[in-house]
Design a protein around this ligand. Structure first.
Ligand SMILES: [Zn+2]
Ligand SMILES: [Zn+2]
Length: 310
């Protein structure tokens, strides 16, 4: 019996990922406080941190505990200049900075931006969390070149990017950012209590509804973003008990996405009580609400390590 001849060679389609493209990466998606442990494994437990990279430029948004892992990745390469934009100085947005290894390395340059109007200036807040009462190492031991800048121009130029900012509804001077780079606009608004105090139906809220009017600037700010990374921390049920805490009910966040015409929403700043199985149900609820308000956009949950190329 003669063996069957091999099939004629055919062309295989073997695409190779173009890793040189611009990207964003989420290093920390947890709100309020880190959540280690098995119940949080899928989503991750690090607090707020995101990077946007294009070419050899890196822009960091917030310095929650996720920035520690980023620092380890950075010191594996040669010293470089990075831009760090801080939305506000609550713990979950700065607590990783003392563990950010590049800060201790000569040759790194870290330009840190934040809004004016904090009780203390940005540098004092960063220095304060390194006080001997809280931490064994001081800012003087950080050998990188640290430069603190108040946000003034809007957008603020940083390298080849333009970074626009807008005040969010959150205790203290808190901003959201929108970086325009490589032809894309990515917004990072982890803390924002849209429609403060509203617990009614999201179908009721139109652009000219009195409840929405105070938020016109934020709605406009997000209206040209390609992707918006924004919170929706509480279920409507939870929000009834947490009005004024600085975070949106997921129903109100859905309304913001609709009024701003956002095409793609990545939910971040997950509540520390929300374990993976709960978040799964909450994401399905989010999709249901978006359908009910006739804005069935692409929505997904951020998780630690999530990377997207533009
Ligand atoms: Zn926060
Ligand atoms: Zn906060």
């Amino acid at each position: 019996m003669t063996p069957t001849p091999p099939a004629p060679a055919c062309e295989h389609y073997l695409p190779v990922l173009d890793t040189a493209r611009a990207r964003f990466k989420l290093w920390g998606v947890r709100g309020s406080t880190p959540t280690p442990g098995a119940r949080f494994l899928r989503t991750g437990g690090n607090t707020s941190c995101m990077t946007v990279e294009s070419g050899d430029e890196m822009f960091i948004f917030d310095a929650g505990s996720g920035i520690r892992e980023l620092g380890l990745a950075l010191i594996a390469g040669p010293p470089r200049r990075v831009h760090l934009f801080v939305t506000h100085t609550h713990w979950d947005h700065i607590q990783g900075f003392p563990f950010f290894a590049p800060a201790y390395r000569a040759g790194f340059e870290i330009v840190i931006y934040g809004a004016e109007g904090f009780g203390k200036d940005l540098k004092s807040v960063f220095q304060g969390q390194l006080d001997r009462e809280y931490f064994p190492v001081q800012m003087a031991d950080m050998h990188a070149r640290l430069e603190f800048r108040n946000l003034s121009a809007n957008p603020t130029p940083a390298g080849s990017a333009q970074v626009a900012w807008e005040f969010a509804q959150h205790p203290g001077a808190t901003v959201g950012y929108k970086i325009c780079i490589a032809g894309k606009k990515v917004a990072w608004v982890p803390d924002n209590e849209f429609l403060l105090g509203y617990t009614g139906s999201p179908r009721e809220i139109t652009r000219d509804h009195p409840r929405a009017l105070p938020y016109e600037r934020m709605i406009d700010f997000l209206s040209d973003a390609d992707v918006v990374i924004h919170e929706g921390q509480y279920t409507p049920e939870e929000y009834v008990h947490k009005v004024g805490w600085g975070h949106s009910s997921v129903a109100n966040a859905c309304v913001l996405m609709k009024l701003a015409g956002v095409p793609r929403w990545v939910v971040t700043h997950h509540d520390p009580h929300h374990e993976d199985t709960f978040l799964e149900a909450k994401l399905n609820l989010t999709r249901q609400i978006l359908r009910q308000i006739d804005h069935p956009i692409h929505v997904s949950h951020g998780y630690d390590g999530r990377t997207e190329l533009f």
